[in-house]
Design a protein around this ligand. Structure first.
Ligand SMILES: [Zn+2]
Length: 478
């Protein structure tokens, strides 16, 4: 019997409307045209999807109605048609799931890395991130980014601050998030010119000024201290092979600290919340992106099987991470009682490789995550997004693709990998490898839907990580 498809009412992206008025948006940020009210009857493939979704729906339902439960119900109604059917009319793979729309995403990403209308000047401080997201998305799709090398190097040479680190653009104050995105973008661009454009000595001093007496890092001078700072700082220290000793002018030296890693693991440990997740700073609510930052930090200061056991309660963390995967949607949310969102495909989905390097297999459904990304997060015009009804953007494109990569590949930590690399400071993260593709029950993606491997800690291509570190290991002094 044919099953009538459900229909959705789409909510506009209120966040985007806050940032850019509709008249000023460029093409890839335009409103979704995905309101489908009459989708006819279900095909055999769609009936199979509906049967699957019914089979994984959580049978126990709390009767209490709250604002949160109403928003969850509405969101579910919006997403469901995309999991059951194919409202975007995408070409389908052998499993009846939308194929990875490579050409459309490439077209969108070329715009992301292109010129912007003048009114986007308000987003100038985000330029390093837009570059990072765009470049990483392209490499995940297997595209050659060498044509961007010169422009990337030029852009960041202007954004580099004379006192060290990078701001959003020329003349802007240095910030650790901008510096993280700049350094990883230059590592992806690769080559002597890109590497040598980085003033490592002033950057080392800048990082020294971020180090706090309690072991953590602030994001900027006088700015907030949170776990992003801890993650960004060790990523930069490690990939650029900077000295671990704090510079003599680092304020934390007055409190007896001598190394960038002093009290760092203990500080991350304090960020684990009562429910097992990891928060921005001690005492706050756990959040998926902070969980990734905390795990990434620990995976750089030592092998995961040592540092995770030393600083975290792994069983509580595993419980919290696994509770973030929504059912039947298949994607992840970022906090307890929040809505599924494509970017957590990486922020939470990406945690599992690090957890699995420390303990037994994680508790996650890779296939369900792939289903959510391919069926619900691909924008008709290109790019990936939070969920149906939202707009695609560079950020969600990057982290949906990274999450898809984590689901499709098996990343493993092996100290026999790159034995000659990472022998010095913060060298643990150079021993990761890809052990091939996920071999479990996959009824979602074909070979054509597989994205490139992404380094599970640095979240750029493996070779970009290893070549950059190698270059600076072979370089004498700053
Ligand atoms: Zn998101």
């Amino acid at each position: 019997m044919a099953v009538p498809l459900r229909f959705s009412a789409q909510a506009p992206s209120t966040r985007l409307e806050e940032i850019v008025p509709q008249s000023d948006r460029i093409e890839e940020l335009s409103d979704s045209e995905d309101e489908y009210e009459d989708m006819g009857t279900a095909t055999i493939e769609e009936q199979a999807h509906i049967a699957y979704l019914d089979s994984v729906r959580i049978p126990i339902r709390d009767d209490l109605v709250t604002d949160t439960s109403k928003v969850q119900d509405n969101t579910y109604d919006v997403i469901l048609p995309y999991l059951e059917g194919n409202p975007n009319d995408f070409s389908l793979n052998a499993f009846g799931i939308p194929k990875l729309q490579r050409e459309k995403h490439f077209t969108m990403l070329k715009m992301v890395l292109g010129d912007y209308p003048g009114k986007f000047a308000m987003m100038d401080a985000s330029r390093p991130w837009i570059l990072y997201w765009g470049l990483q998305s392209m490499t995940a799709l297997g595209l050659d980014i060498s044509g961007y090398r010169e422009r990337v190097t030029h852009t960041f040479s202007l954004a580099q601050h004379p006192t060290g680190g990078y701001g959003g653009g020329y003349g802007q104050l240095p910030h650790l998030a901008c510096t993280y995105a700049a350094v990883l973008s230059l590592a992806m661009a690769s080559g002597t010119e890109a590497y040598e454009s980085i003033n490592r000595k002033t950057l080392w001093h800048f990082l020294g000024r971020m180090k706090q007496a309690d072991g953590g890092f602030t994001m900027a001078e006088g700015g907030e201290e949170d776990i992003r700072g801890a993650f960004c700082a060790v990523i930069i220290l490690s990939i650029l092979n900077l000295p671990l000793d704090l510079p003599q002018d680092a304020p934390a030296r007055k409190h007896g600290l001598t190394s960038f890693t002093d009290s760092l693991g203990e500080w991350v440990s304090q960020c684990q919340s009562w429910d097992g997740g990891i928060s921005a700073s001690p005492g706050n609510e756990a959040h998926g992106a902070y969980a990734f930052c905390g795990l990434g930090c620990l995976a750089i200061i030592g092998p995961p099987k040592e540092t995770l056991h030393k600083y975290l309660d792994i069983s509580r963390l595993t419980h919290w991470l696994s509770s973030r995967q929504a059912s039947p949607e298949g994607g992840y949310n970022g906090r307890t009682n929040k809505l599924v969102d494509g970017c957590y495909s990486h922020w939470v989905g990406g945690c599992w490789a690090i957890v699995e390097a420390a303990t037994s297999a994680g508790i996650w459904n890779r296939t369900a995550l792939g289903r959510y990304i391919l069926a619900a997060c691909q924008e008709k015009k290109g790019g990936l997004k939070d969920k149906p009804g939202k707009h695609s953007d560079a950020y969600h494109t990057c982290y949906n693709l990274a999450g898809l990569s984590a689901a499709q590949h098996r990343y493993a930590y092996d100290e026999n990998v790159n034995k000659d690399l990472g022998t010095g400071n913060l060298g643990a993260a150079y021993h990761w490898k890809t052990e091939g593709l996920y071999e479990g029950k996959n009824e979602v993606w074909d070979d054509g839907d597989i994205v490139r491997a992404v380094h599970p800690v640095f979240v750029i291509p493996y070779m970009a990580v290893y070549e950059c570190r190698k270059y600076f290991e072979e370089k004498e002094g700053f």
